[in-house]
Design a protein. Structure first.
Length: 86
């Protein structure tokens, strides 16, 4: 990364185990982007639930509460994309 932007570093194929871990993370991020584009709070919940670290330390109810708190705390920037719960 420099003033000109991000420049990829080519290194060949990833081992299957590493590629699988990368894919899992990419899926979480893709679902989070979809959630914002579709203004779908349910998909935000699902994205967090798919995250292996978060899933290993929190219950589903805790994850949903965390999402709700984060959305409420970021309303200045989220606006109508994801309104707070009524």
């Amino acid at each position: 990364v420099d003033r000109g932007g991000v420049h990829p570093c080519r290194f060949g194929e990833l081992p299957n185990s590493v590629a699988a871990m990368c894919r899992m993370e990419i899926n979480v991020h893709q679902l989070a982007v979809e959630a914002m584009l579709e203004r779908d709070r349910r998909k935000v919940y699902q994205a967090l639930m798919m995250d292996p670290l978060t899933h290993s330390i929190m219950t589903i109810d805790e994850m949903e509460s965390l999402v709700d708190e984060l959305i409420a705390g970021q309303q200045e920037w989220l606006g109508e994309y994801l309104p707070p719960l009524s």
